[in-house]
Design a protein. Sequence first.
Length: 220
Amino acid sequence: MNATLFRRLFFVLVPLVTAVALWPHPAGGDPVFEGVSPDVDEWKFVHVSLLLLFPFLGIAVLWLLNGLTGMAATVSRVAMIFFLVFYTAYEVTIGVGTAYLVDYANGLPPGEQAVVADAIQEYNRNAVTAEPASISMIVGFFGWVVALVAAATAFRKAGASWPITLLVGGAALFAIHPPPVGTAGLVSFAAAAILIERWRAREAREKNAPAVPAGLASPG
């Protein structure tokens, strides 16, 4: 497999695999234990998958920005780092951590289960890494949105078409990650990557095309 094919497969497969892993995301609910308990296996699968896939999503965005310069491209790269740090912390807390705590509580007698359920509720309400408006959630959410909107701006300034610009910007929807919104954002990213690769290949062909001698140029 050559480097170009690997890059293109990476750009397409990473968001699509993430979209597939995200699709069974349960709705959850409040109180947290009662909302997650019936679907704890799905909750665990989705959030462990996201934890493993987030680094690859970040690499895909940063790799797609390769070769772009200017303020918008720089803002996108910096914002992506904030997303990876803060949104991962948020997902580990309300996703992975909650899943394992609920799974543990499911195996307890009712009296002990109520105590652990209260603890899970408090665990999901801390202001640093949980909900409803924690530091990690807010910074991570806007990290992804800013990264993709800035990336769309950078591509447009570099001469990309409006479809590319709109699809890259549409990938910002993944910040609201439960389906169907999050999956739509990931599909938008994959579609944008395909168009960007075609655009870059066309630009490279035109740049490397031999110049036609003046005397052989078609008249008029």
